[in-house]
Design a protein around this ligand. Structure first.
Ligand code: RIB
Ligand code: CA
Length: 333
């Protein structure tokens, strides 16, 4: 009685088309709002989103490090990319009021160990990320929300206005998995705010989930670090320091056994370049009460329980993804 898993692109809606200045019909880049906690991989995701999508705004949340640092890092990345978009800060901790356990052991105290940051001259446009998400999606109906940190801001926006789900194309999440990293069961973003994750997964929004199962296929390799050193522009030098520092710190932490993972660009690429993925339709629930499993996403893999509402990313063409990331860095100032 096997039910065939549906492995297909989540972009079942035809992409929006437009005429370029020469009158040629071109595929419009999807509108993206990136909610993030930079974080090395977040910084790469913002660069890819700005290059492969139409990045309309960035919101920040505490996660890898404090909100102050994640916000400063997001402002620095947007400033270095030379893009004229707003950055709005959001939640400094999880919905339940606990002090979030940051991941500065992975990303360094400031969240971008190894990277040389410019003096940040950009300012946040507001401190209400959820309100910005609600207003920006009125101005840009059909936008995708790319959630690559704890889901606190997204959950807050959904609680304020549940009909948000009707005016966005969906939410592409880096989070969860069939196993954990911050615990045996839980991935960091979900574990940081499980209640927020439960609100998002139960919201009825169209969800693409890039969990650890797919993100662990996209790694920071010595070859990638070396390639960024050859690019020769400012963002290439920034990325080289950032990726070298991230990889060195992971190797120090794990005694050379693990590679650094490029988690967050997967959630951007799942929208801008879905053809490099394989997806399956799955039922996914968030554990908020388990003594050992709080923060786990339970991805139902039983053959007779397929066809669920979540577009679960199973595989990524890591070689092609790395090429896209390098081309995005090369296209930056
Ligand atoms: O577990 C990986 C996730 O946690 C990534 O988004 C990384 O940036 C951290 O936020
Ligand atoms: Ca992140």
């Amino acid at each position: 009685m096997g039910i065939q898993s549906n492995t297909h692109s989540p972009m079942s809606q035809p992409p929006k088309m437009a005429l370029d200045p020469m009158g040629k019909t071109v595929v419009m880049k999807p509108d993206l709002i990136i909610d993030c906690d930079p974080g090395h991989d977040d910084a790469m995701a913002i660069c890819v989103g700005a290059n492969r999508g139409h990045l309309i705004g960035v919101t920040t949340v505490a996660g890898n490090v404090s909100l102050e640092h994640t916000t400063n890092n997001a402002l620095a990345v947007v400033q270095m990319l030379g893009i004229d978009i707003e950055v709005h800060s959001g939640a400094a901790g999880p919905l339940n009021g606990d002090d979030g356990r940051f991941a500065s052991f992975v990303h360094g105290e400031n969240g971008l160990i190894g990277a040389s940051l410019p003096e940040v001259t950009r300012q946040v446009a507001s401190t209400d990320a959820a309100d910005y998400i609600l207003s920006a999606t009125i101005e840009h109906p059909g936008a995708w929300i790319v959630a690559i940190g704890p889901l606190t801001n997204i959950a807050t926006a959904l609680e304020r206005h549940p009909a948000l789900i009707d005016r966005i194309s969906g939410i592409s999440i880096m989070g969860g998995g069939t196993y954990g990293n911050i615990s045996a069961a839980a991935e960091f973003n979900i574990h940081f705010d499980p209640e927020a994750a439960e609100i998002v997964f139960k919201s009825g929004a169209r969800i693409i989930q890039c969990g650890l199962d797919v993100t662990h296929q996209l790694l920071v390799t010595d070859a990638l670090v070396d390639a960024t050193a050859q690019i020769g522009n400012g963002f290439g030098r920034f990325s080289n320091g950032l990726l070298a520092g991230y990889l060195e710190n992971i190797r120090l932490l794990t005694g050379e056994s693990l590679e650094a993972v490029l988690y967050d660009p997967c959630a951007v690429l799942a929208i801008t370049d879905p053809e490099i993925f394989e997806f399956a339709d799955r039922y996914v629930s968030v554990e908020t009460r388990g003594e050992h499993t709080r923060g786990m996403t339970l991805v139902d893999q039983r053959s007779w329980m397929r066809g669920g509402p979540v577009k679960w990313a199973e595989t990524i063409d890591a070689e092609r993804a790395t090429e896209i990331i390098l081309s995005a860095i090369t296209a930056a100032p």
